[in-house]
Design a protein around this ligand. Structure first.
Ligand code: G3P
Ligand code: CA
Length: 265
């Protein structure tokens, strides 16, 4: 394969409700090289794939994810809010099994990618390092160990990379599991960031597309200094052209089918 890796952001999340098994399986069917997911902790210490601090936007529940137990969250519907499944006008071309739009645990996602029968790269973003203390990273590494996924090798199965906007979270991961690759996510450029030496041994930078639009020379500069660059969230052809011109290593997108098609894959 030539060209950048394509990662499905929260699954194929323009087409189906984000962070659901349905969205992730669709991304794999569409041919994505990898998947991106956010993880946070339930009240009883389980890692679940949910982006927002609160349940309100992506489920029929209310309040904070961290205030609920896994069993409580398991009762909720994480699918019906999305255009693809909502109302009488919902497209009927892709029937979705309702069991695949329930809460997805990280353990469930790891089982699904391990069952995919082909190599899958999984980018796991930990949220929220200051609120949860070190618990998210500790439990993440524990779970990855149970699945035999802490060495970072793409051994024909799954390769996990851990991402965070927080250098503190990245450091925790490097300390707990030095074999795991890490991505430092960047929304803006921190004043003291040394492009040639990302903090704590991280070799992959993850700038947002807004930052790349504003500072297109950042990507070649990061790469010239020996880093890889994964850009999020690239959803339209103009942004795709821009990041291809800049020469990125990975594209994180809500629309993997569109991006793969434009890449001729
Ligand atoms: O892939 C990185 C990107 O997901 C970071 O932003 O808010 O979508 O988690 P957010
Ligand atoms: Ca994310």
């Amino acid at each position: 394969m030539t060209g950048p890796l394509v990662f499905a952001h929260r699954g194929s999340s323009a087409a189906l409700p984000e962070h659901t098994l349905a969205a992730y399986l669709r991304a794999l069917d569409e041919g994505a090289d990898g998947l991106e997911c956010d993880v946070r902790l339930t009240r009883d210490g389980h890692l679940v794939c949910v982006h927002d601090r609160r349940l309100d936007r992506t489920s029929n529940g209310r309040g904070r994810v961290s205030a609920r137990t896994l069993a409580e969250l398991d009762q909720l519907d994480f699918g019906s809010w999305h255009d693809s499944l909502a109302g009488e006008d919902a497209p009927t071309d892709v029937p979705v099994d309702p069991s695949r739009t329930r809460l997805l645990t990280l353990d469930g996602l790891l089982r699904a990618v391990r069952a995919a029968g082909r190599p899958v790269r999984l980018l796991i973003e930990t949220k929220h390092p200051t609120r949860y203390g070190a618990d998210v990273e500790r439990r993440l590494v524990e779970l990855l160990r149970q699945h035999g996924l802490v060495d970072g090798a793409l051994d024909g199965a799954v390769q996990v990379t851990v991402m965070s906007f927080s250098p503190l979270a990245v450091r925790r991961i490097r300390d707990l599991a030095p074999g795991l690759p890490t991505v430092l996510l960047l929304e803006v450029l921190p004043p003291r960031l040394r492009l040639g030496r990302l903090p704590f041994g991280t070799r992959i930078a993850g700038p947002g597309i807004g930052l790349v639009r504003a500072r297109p020379r950042l990507v070649p500069a990061l790469r010239a200094a020996g880093n890889q660059v994964y850009v999020w969230t690239v959803n339209d052809p103009a942004d795709l052209d821009l990041v291809l011109d800049c020469g990125v290593d990975g594209i994180i997108t809500d629309r993997p089918a569109l991006i793969l098609d434009r890449l001729g894959r």
